[in-house]
Write a protein that binds this ligand. Structure first.
Ligand code: SF4
Length: 320
């Protein structure tokens, strides 16, 4: 068996913003513009970047909530890039998504246990007693023993996120895409959910694509980290390495403003100037060049490719 649970090759997701008379897109937001990465079995890959960098679009495209514009998504050795809705059901038994807002992803009129039973029924568990037993087991697993007869509004925000995690685990997935799973929660509750995700990962042998703008959480959770800027991955490396020795000028700036234990001590804070350029018309060559203090004429002419600069450490910058 391959070490890789997920492999993403040259993935692109464009959204049309202007169309011609025939409804064909003529101008596009290039939300994700040719990214490559993989996740090994049992690994957590953190995905970081400013708002608008393409992190969430990446997650939603990988799980096929959005159709990719180009590229390949290989999950457990199978190319799922062009699978039809019906064929994706089997994939969703192995890959699940946990959203930022648990309230929005639960039906307010349904008891949470029944909602999860419904998921189990759709995925083939026809025996009611078996479904109820599985729901009890799941609620136990996420620290909500005996709470399955409640409605979503009867839970706190942290408890609702536990319900969402239980629902994601219902079908026994191997990979979970966590899209800002703790951003909407109080800091004290965040730690509890993070600990729950970590213990479930160890106990069930899960892998996560962990999308977050909170670098401290990503530092704590991830085995490796990928940094995105304007639809591109600009750096990817083991978590310890990237937090201690970020190489790309954007990663350096991003990490310098987050005070994280175990990161390079005494690092000067780098405040980025200017706005993130429009993803409709991104800068030529290196997309970061309009905000980079090291930019040269060459940076506008050629797009830097990811280059290996150490064990598992790749950076896309002409300085390397
Ligand atoms: Fe800066 Fe040039 Fe490197 Fe881009 S390629 S990050 S502009 S030095």
């Amino acid at each position: 068996m391959s070490d890789r649970i997920l492999e993403v090759k040259n993935l692109k997701k464009y959204f049309p913003v202007k169309t011609n008379l025939f409804g064909k897109g003529t101008e596009f937001v290039r939300a994700v513009d040719g990214i490559d990465f993989h996740i090994d079995h049992g690994e957590i890959l953190g995905l970081v970047g400013e708002s608008g960098s393409g992190k969430s679009t990446t997650g939603r495209t990988v799980i096929r909530l959005l159709d990719p514009t180009k590229g390949e998504i290989i999950f457990e050795g199978r190319n799922i890039t062009n699978l039809k809705k019906k064929e994706l059901r089997k994939v969703y038994e192995r890959m699940q998504l946990v959203f930022q807002d648990p309230f929005a992803s639960l039906n307010p009129r349904k008891k949470v246990g029944s909602a999860i039973e419904e998921v189990l029924f759709i995925h083939g568990m026809k025996d009611r007693a078996q479904r109820r037993e599985r729901v009890r087991e799941l609620f136990d697993m996420v620290g909500l023993r005996g709470e399955e007869e409640k409605y979503p509004h009867e839970f706190s925000g942290g408890q609702r996120q536990r319900v969402v995690i239980a629902r994601a685990l219902a079908v026994d997935p191997r990979l979970i895409i966590c899209d800002e799973p703790v951003s909407a929660l109080d800091v004290s509750i965040q730690a509890q959910i993070i600990n729950l995700l970590t213990s479930l990962k160890d106990r069930l042998g899960l892998s996560y694509l962990f999308i977050s703008h909170d670098l401290r959480v990503v530092r704590y959770m991830s085995d490796r980290v990928a940094v995105m800027y304007l639809g591109k991955i600009v750096e990817i490396a083991p978590a310890d390495e990237i937090f201690k020795n970020p190489a790309h000028p954007y990663s350096k700036a991003l990490l310098s403003v987050a005070s994280i234990k175990g990161s390079g001590k005494g690092r000067k804070k780098i405040i980025l100037k200017g706005e993130v350029p429009s993803p409709v018309n991104p800068p030529s060559g290196c997309r970061f060049r309009t905000r980079c203090e090291y930019a040269t004429v060459y940076c506008g002419e050629a797009e830097p490719q990811l280059k290996c600069i150490g064990t598992g450490h790749y950076v896309g910058c002409h300085l390397y």
